[in-house]
Design a protein around this ligand. Structure first.
Ligand SMILES: Nc1nc2c(c(=O)[nH]1)N[C@H]1C(S)=C(S)[C@@H](COP(=O)(O)OP(=O)(O)OC[C@H]3O[C@@H](n4cnc5c(=O)[nH]c(N)nc54)[C@H](O)[C@@H]3O)O[C@H]1N2
Ligand SMILES: Nc1nc2c(c(=O)[nH]1)N[C@H]1C(S)=C(S)[C@@H](COP(=O)(O)OP(=O)(O)OC[C@H]3O[C@@H](n4cnc5c(=O)[nH]c(N)nc54)[C@H](O)[C@@H]3O)O[C@H]1N2
Ligand code: SF4
Ligand SMILES: [Mo]
Length: 705
């Protein structure tokens, strides 16, 4: 008997994971089209072999029979596969019709995987620019908008976000972030656990401020519960102590910072006792943290989702910057530093637009634009409110706003009323079920990748270009091919001149060569594990993008916001029945879209409502029972789990669940539906200054079912 001669040889391939911000290097072992093993790439200079369970699920996505591979057209509630050319023609015809009626009647929403995907980053504009609409939305306004706004105002560019120097800091103060589960955000930090061990080994400390004793709080030196949405009070308290005790020493930063005294003067009148009572952290703890922070030889104050996506997200981000500046910890080793990525979107010939704010406003509610995008909390009303500029057609790219934006039910209904919707997406899910056409691109393992965004936020400077693991399957298309095909047809139909349409690799190559480090695709190709470009180092004032080369510590609009916050300090305490809802992330879940991987959803459910045992008991609820959770906008039913991890008065529910709507094609997710947090969050509950959604601190009641 002879062996089958066709058995392909095993091969090893190196690439980076693009699922979250950590950009871990991966080592794949494959035979033919079969993935035999996925493990961390020990030679990656950033991730050094780290990996999490989601990376292994890349195999599941690649193989998933529910993943779409051909265009789909919906007629009524029936879907049928159609040919690419027919799909492109139809999409271009419908978008052109809508554009000719009113350019603003076409809206676009770009979801989170867009920024993790270089095809979308480099070429989605080739499809969208002929539309010329004001109605551009993205997941930014349910996420990091406050960071970008402060980076733009204070340092001159929306991507110039200071990064915690976790590998050298001696005091790491973390607010509203859970890197043990999220693997870091606006802090690309693969292998947080070992970096924290190293911090502890050199005598450093981590202190966590969070309404839940999170996985990160669990490994901290100290954890303090905080009332959701009140971080500004805690941060003001820190500054107040530092002012009163003469602990501030901006050092060399004073030479190129404007407005620091003005900012600090505005903080002086606050009273520590009032601030402490408001946030729920005792004055003596605030004093200790302020003193330890100021005394540390390198301290970093960092805050993420929990502080940004709340009612005072922008104010909190400003105060965080101020603390780092006023203690001299900005732009120093062990404090906060700016990155210098190989493809630099901040400075040099490849630089992107620094930002913009309030140049236009949403039609119905008057919410401000940031960086050319409007806040997504306004999308449903822009669809539902008649008049000139009403949204009647929608393009979604890599987004699931029905599950990920506030008052998802309202948006769900609004999407059903559109004249036309097209989704560039790999799944038929809660959002794309409303599309008339779905154009599915290839998946991550089938195309090249360079992380255009997250190298800007990494704790160490590296660069890595990942070659595709597999050739794309026959009859499938890359996202950039989809954008180019539709964009070309759209321009033709609208009589616009043909635009140059470079491919992602050409754009990345030009960007690398135009950046200060002068690398190229070719250089990166010769480093399959990535290139180590060195530790972060001080870069100011040169790296500031303001023409003055000075930091603006006192953006004008912040003072009115501070006054608005100060007025809430005297508000009456909430009733004892009222609880505050916050979110939660788990290492085996990724926003709304990876629940179709059996390996990630198996085992105990992870989408329960966590509630303090006293709150469970005082409502006469039974641990493990189904409860009703009610907010201004809606009600869900979900299992409650008593947990001493929770601050009394606060309940936690992860977002991205609720896979029980009709007409989706997610066999595994539908069997593990959970309930959607965003059926409770409120599109009217905002960070008013930026227009960012406030998804944390939502008032809810919990009742027996
Ligand atoms: N209550 C609450 N809500 C939240 C949050 C929270 O903490 N609490 N977090 C918010 C945050 S931080 C974010 S970033 C948003 C995310 O919000 P969204 O970006 O709207 O939602 P995702 O769940 O990331 O959905 C991603 C979509 O992209 C598709 N997709 C995946 N890979 C690809 C690809 O390679 N190409 C294309 N074209 N499509 C792809 C998936 O099928 C899915 O439809 O959610 C926000 N919503
Ligand atoms: N495994 C996994 N990793 C992910 C994702 C995922 O879905 N799963 N999503 C990715 C995305 S899109 C993002 S944006 C990042 C987010 O990254 P992180 O911000 O690190 O992640 P979260 O788990 O949302 O952490 C928010 C923390 O804030 C706390 N919190 C809530 N409200 C408040 C408050 O008012 N004040 C304070 N101080 N804390 C509060 C919550 O309890 C929670 O512990 O994670 C990324 N990584
Ligand atoms: S931590 Fe993020 S980048 Fe690293 S393997 Fe997990 S999902 Fe991928
Ligand atoms: Mo996010």
């Amino acid at each position: 008997m002879s062996e089958p001669a066709t058995q392909p040889a095993e091969r090893v391939h190196f690439g980076a994971c693009n699922l979250c911000e950590a950009i871990c290097g991966l080592e794949f072992k494959v035979r033919g089209n079969e993935i035999l093993q996925i493990k961390g790439d020990a030679a990656d200079p950033l991730s050094r072999g780290h990996i999490c369970p989601k990376a292994v699920a890349l195999k599941d996505i690649y193989e998933d029979p529910d993943r779409l591979r051909k265009p789909m057209q919906r007629i009524g509630d029936q879907w049928q596969e159609i040919e690419w050319d027919a799909a492109f023609d139809w999409v271009a015809t419908k978008l052109a019709e809508a554009h000719l009626r009113d350019p603003d009647s076409v809206a676009a929403y770009l979801g989170n995987p867009s920024v993790h995907n270089y095809g979308v980053m480099t070429t989605s504009g080739q499809m969208l620019s002929p539309i010329r609409t004001r109605n551009r939305y993205s997941a930014t306004s349910v996420d990091q908008l406050p960071h970008q706004l402060m980076a733009y105002w204070m340092y001159g560019h929306q991507l110039l976000v200071p990064i915690s120097d976790i590998d050298r800091t001696q005091y790491f103060l973390v607010l509203g972030a859970n890197p043990m589960a999220s693997n870091g955000s606006l802090m690309t930090v693969p292998d947080f656990r070992h970096r924290l061990k190293a911090l502890h080994a050199r005598g450093g400390k981590m202190v966590v401020i969070d309404p839940r004793r999170s996985e990160t709080a669990e490994v901290a030196d100290a954890h303090h519960f905080i009332r959701p949405g009140t971080d500004a009070a805690f941060l003001l308290g820190l500054l107040k102590v530092m002012l009163d005790e003469n602990l501030l020493k901006p050092g060399r930063l004073a030479g190129f910072t404007d407005g620091l005294d003005e900012a600090l003067d505005a903080i002086r009148p606050f009273e520590l006792a009032v601030l402490a009572a408001h946030c729920g952290i005792a004055a003596e703890h605030i004093q200790t943290i302020a003193r330890d922070f100021a005394a540390a030889d390198g301290a970093a104050c960092y805050g993420r989702m929990g502080v940004s996506v709340q009612a005072y997200g922008s104010l909190s981000q400003w105060l965080i910057q101020l603390i780092n500046i006023a203690t001299g910890n900005l732009d120093r080793e062990g404090g906060m530093l700016f990155t210098e990525p190989a493809l630099d979107l901040i400075q040099g010939a490849a630089a992107s637009k620094p930002g913009s704010f309030g140049k236009i406003r949403t039609r119905v509610r008057g919410l401000p634009e940031f960086g050319g995008e409007l806040p997504v909390v306004a999308l449903a009303e822009e669809i539902e409110t008649p008049g000139a500029g009403q949204v009647r057609a929608l393009v979604t790219i890599a987004g699931n706003p029905v599950l990920s934006t506030p008052n998802g039910r309202k948006l769900d209904a609004a999407l059903a009323s559109l004249d036309f919707m097209v989704s560039v997406d790999i799944y038929l899910n809660e959002t794309t079920r409303h599309a008339h056409v779905i154009l599915p691109p290839t998946c991550a393992l089938e195309h090249e990748h360079y992380d255009l965004i997250f190298h800007h936020f990494a704790v160490h400077n590296t660069a890595r270009l990942s070659a595709p693991l597999f050739d794309k399957a026959e009859g499938t298309m890359h996202d950039w091919e989809i954008f180019q095909a539709v964009g070309k047809r759209l321009a033709e139909k609208l009589g616009q001149p043909a635009r140059p349409m470079p491919r992602p690799q050409q754009i990345v190559d030009m960007g690398l060569q135009a950046s200060p480090r002068k690398l190229s695709v070719k250089t990166l190709q010769s480093h399959p594990h990535g290139m180590d470009l060195g530790a972060l180092k001080p870069t100011l004032p040169e790296r500031l993008v303001h023409a003055s080369k000075r930091i603006n510590a006192a953006p004008e609009a912040i003072f009115a916001e501070l006054a608005r916050f100060a007025a809430t300090l005297n508000e009456a305490a909430p009733t004892s029945q009222q609880l505050k809802l916050i979110g939660r992330r788990h290492v085996r879940s990724n926003n709304s879209w990876m629940h179709n991987s059996h390996r990630l959803v198996k085992g105990n459910a992870r989408h329960q409502l966590l509630m303090h045992p006293d709150d469970v008991a005082s409502r006469g609820l039974a641990d493990g029972s189904t409860v009703r959770v009610r907010s201004r906008v809606g009600e869900i039913r979900v299992e409650v789990q008593a947990s001493a991890e929770m601050m009394p008065g606060v309940v936690s529910l992860p977002h991205g669940w609720g896979h029980n709507r009709t007409g989706t094609r997610l066999g595994i997710a539908e069997a593990h539906p959970g309930a959607s947090n965003n059926d409770l969050t409120d599109e009217l509950f905002l960070d008013v200054l930026s227009g960012n959604a406030a998804l944390n601190g939502v008032p809810v009641e919990v009742l027996a079912a």
